[in-house]
Design a protein around this ligand. Structure first.
Ligand code: NAD
Ligand code: IPM
Ligand code: MN
Length: 332
């Protein structure tokens, strides 16, 4: 039985994760549950958002199901998400971008299916900063080892898909990206994967204009962050994109979206990203049948026109979650 940490987090994290847990319960997926309160609310109460001890607790678990956490505008605050990613060395951030049949995205395309594989431990998220009153500096780190392992992950994924890799970079300006590009090219050759590369600015255009051209997209940390939220417009809402942070022995599953303070507490957040993150967790646990039933339940619920306002409906978060769990129970 897997030992799984559950972190609801802040804002809508507290609303969407219970829906994902309901789906897991309906599937009779049994696990040893470790609830952990970390994040902004705890920081306000205690002055600590996440401790080293919490990281050890997470290390004792197989994986983590996570909602979202609010980041305050305070220089002393340490990002919980980054501490977990670095602490457990979760180097691959995997963000599948696929249409959902019953939902129209902003551009109207339906024929795309790509995965953004984002390097998750270095780049502009190195944490190496020198902040003064008149000059603030963040060091962007690209290493051969970091680039090799993310390229290997992306190539392995491409092997199980359409076998094509697109390397996204800005090596015309950032010399650090030349190392990323060359390393990814070398790994793709070694792994027998066809590849091309794109500068990140024109890639942003191309992902919206011609997304069907892409299979696996590998890129550095912050470019992957931005391109993945942008791709949410193709699918139809930020509330639809799941993600997995994968390491050699641990994994952490979370929606791509944040804590959405503008709608938190209203009960209308879209839980699909959280429920699909639980689906990715089931796949990581090799529970493939249960994973595909989750997807079917989401599609069937949307077809019954149960949907939250961000995708044109007026259902609540809980109504959607209940309908998904009910469908699962009825077909299990
Ligand atoms: P956000 O993703 O929280 O929200 C952006 C917009 O999308 C908002 O209008 C919001 O209402 C909408 N939205 C997001 N998720 C939705 C959902 N499930 N259903 C319906 N609408 C949804 O991004 P932001 O506003 O830039 O950031 C808010 C806070 O979240 C910040 O403190 C940020 O640091 C944090 N954040 C945390 C994570 C994380 O914990 N993994 C990820 C991203 C942002
Ligand atoms: C994400 C988030 C995080 C990131 C923040 C909360 C640190 O935006 O998971 O996409 O920038 O990676
Ligand atoms: Mn992001």
């Amino acid at each position: 039985m897997k030992r799984i940490a559950v972190i609801e987090g802040d804002g809508i994290g507290k609303e969407v994760i219970p829906q994902a847990l309901k789906a897991l319960e309906a599937l009779d997926f049994r696990f040893e549950r470790v609830d952990l309160e970390v994040g902004y609310a705890r920081w306000e109460r205690t002055g600590t958002a996440i401790s080293d001890e919490d990281i050890e607790t997470l290390r004792s678990c197989d994986c983590i199901l996570f909602g979202a956490i609010t980041t305050p505008d305070d220089p002393d605050y340490e990002s919980v998400v980054l501490k977990i990613r670095k602490g457990l060395d979760l180097y691959a951030n995997v963000r599948p971008i696929r249409p959902i049949a019953a939902i129209s995205g902003a551009v109207g395309h339906k024929n795309f299916d790509f995965v953004i594989v984002r390097e998750n431990t270095e780049g502009l998220y190195s944490g190496i900063e020198d902040i003064g009153d008149d000059r603030a500096c963040t060091t962007r780190v690209v290493t051969r080892k970091g680039s090799e392992r993310i390229a290997q992950y992306a190539c392995k994924l491409a092997t199980a898909r359409r076998k094509h890799l697109t390397i996204v970079h800005k090596s015309n300006v950032l010399k650090s990206d030349k190392l990323f590009l060359d390393t990814c090219r070398q790994i793709a050759e070694e792994e027998g994967i066809t590849y091309d590369d794109r500068l990140v600015d024109s890639m942003a255009y191309s992902l919206i204009a011609t997304p069907w051209k892409y299979d696996v997209v590998v890129t550095t940390n912050m470019f992957g962050d931005i391109l993945s939220d942008m791709s949410g417009a193709l699918v139809g809402s930020l509330g639809l994109l799941p993600s997995a942070n994968i390491g050699n022995s641990h994994a952490f599953f979370e929606p791509v979206h944040g804590s959405a303070p503008d709608i938190a507490g209203e009960g209308y957040a879209n839980p699909i990203a959280a429920i699909l993150s639980a689906k990715m967790m089931l796949e990581w646990c090799r529970e493939f049948k249960k994973a595909s039933l989750i997807e079917e339940a989401i599609n069937q619920t949307l077809c019954r026109n149960i949907r939250t306002p961000d995708i044109g409906g007026n259902s609540t978060t809980t109504e959607f979650g209940d309908a998904v769990a009910e469908y699962i129970r009825d077909s299990f």
